[in-house]
Design a protein around this ligand. Structure first.
Ligand code: ASP
Ligand code: MG
Length: 410
């Protein structure tokens, strides 16, 4: 008998029929003798609808009030699922994040979980209940309702699994696992049986949208056994996120290809090349909470250099304004140019640690297709390149093939 936390995303609870299906799946586990805690998202589209509604009143909605409002999406689905479970003659009880007491910090719309009081849930499980918990939300120390950022129900699921020391956390979604890349771009993409936690973390941060990155961090920190599965397929083991590297010699060097169209590139031209310049450019950008991703500084000549970096597309206008108005005049750079017609393509794999020549192979494959690389960034287990967005899909396709990701390895 195991303790299982199951999380169902918005499409899995998108209408009453689907909620009934979820109840049926939960009932199956319950009848096998497992104790089950279920975390659900709002019905698909509901969070977007609520945010749009708020924006009709306030163009930049007050974060505290926005949280009060968007958290209602999940409050609806927990109750509906509890009712659906009762229809299976299962004792079920729903809770909002605040009722459990999922304690968070006070950073409205992107709060972090600090602690979970899990005693009430334990007691309910002990009395034979299936406990249904609203994802995406908590309360701060003063009982203000908070939310955890878009996609935050994943994090609720993993955090609950950690707090309850669950045997497994199952994330049910509209895909049946983690793929080598997005099958909508590469039809030959394969579902992975396992992926290491480190690879999953890179994939999530590099643009794979299957799991919220914070949920993966949580799983790593608390060693939660995490599995991604489809809520629409009866069969299948999904993808298990593991903590051990597979020592199998046949293991592919590259596990997956991630891509991301959400970034924009900024280049500061004619920057005087002296100590402190990176700080003078990026300090004011960081001060307004704009995240910078890839950074490149050219080799200087004649005392001048160029300095490029990427930011989220949503932050481009703001970053450009700050650069033009306050940074450029201050550091005496010639000009600044920005553009959002870029995409980042990354290959990820723990196998890179033990194999040489992966980067050069990647660059050769892109060169053969005439794809210009604008920026490069590497870590121990990933290589990212920034290319023209028009070449993104081509880059993903040729790399997928070149690294044999369409071949089944056992
Ligand atoms: N309902 C929230 C969202 O749409 C949280 C989630 O689905 O995980 O972002
Ligand atoms: Mg999601």
């Amino acid at each position: 008998m195991a303790l299982i936390v199951q999380k169902y995303g918005g499409t899995s609870v998108g209408n009453p029929e689907r909620i009934k299906n979820v109840a049926q799946r939960v009932a199956k586990y319950y009848s096998q003798g497992h104790r089950v805690v279920v975390v659900v998202s709002a019905m698909s589209g509901e969070t977007n609808r609520l945010i749009a509604l708020a924006k009709e009143i306030q163009s930049n909605p007050n974060p505290r009030e926005l949280d009060v409002m968007v958290s209602t999406g999940e409050q609806v689905t927990v109750a509906l699922l509890a009712m659906a479970l009762m229809e299976h003659n299962i004792k079920a009880k729903s809770y909002t994040g605040g009722q459990v007491r999922i304690l968070t910090d006070s950073a409205h719309t992107k709060a972090r979980i600090l602690r979970i009081d899990e005693e009430k849930i334990r007691a309910d499980l002990h009395s034979g209940y299936v406990v249904v918990v609203a994802g995406f939300q908590g309360v701060d120390g003063a009982n203000n309702i908070t939310t955890l950022g878009r996609g935050g129900s994943d994090t609720t699921g993993v955090a609950l699994a950690a707090a309850l020391k669950a045997d497994e956390c199952q994330i049910y979604t509209d895909v049946d696992g983690i793929y080598t890349t997005d099958p909508r771009i590469v039809p030959e993409a394969r579902k992975l049986k396992t992926i290491t936690f480190e690879e999953m973390l890179e994939m999530a941060s590099l643009g794979s949208k299957v799991l919220q990155i914070r949920s993966v961090e949580f799983a790593g920190k608390y060693r939660v056994k995490l599995r991604v599965l489809s809520s629409f397929k009866e069969e299948g083991e999904g993808t298990l996120i593991t903590f051990e590297e597979d020592n199998n010699m046949e293991q592919a060097v590259i596990s997956g290809i991630a891509f991301n169209r959400d970034e924009a590139k900024i280049t500061v031209l004619g920057v005087p090349d002296h100590p402190g310049i990176a700080y003078q450019i990026l300090g004011p950008i960081a001060d307004v909470n704009i995240d910078v991703d890839i950074i490149i500084q050219n080799v200087g000549h004649d005392g001048m250099t160029d300095f490029s970096f990427t930011v989220n597309r949503n932050d481009l206008a703001n970053a450009m304004a700050i650069l033009k108005n306050s940074i450029l005049p201050h550091i005496g750079a010639r000009d600044v140019i920005g553009g959002d017609k870029i995409a980042k393509v990354s290959i990820v794999g723990v196998g890179m640690r033990s194999h040489a020549g992966i980067a050069s192979k990647m660059f050769r494959v892109l060169a053969e297709e005439g794809i210009n690389i604008q920026m490069i960034s590497t870590s121990e287990i990933k290589i990212s390149v920034v290319v023209d967005e028009n070449y993104m899909e081509l880059a993903v396709r040729v790399l997928h093939k070149a690294f044999d990701l369409d071949q089944v390895v056992q």
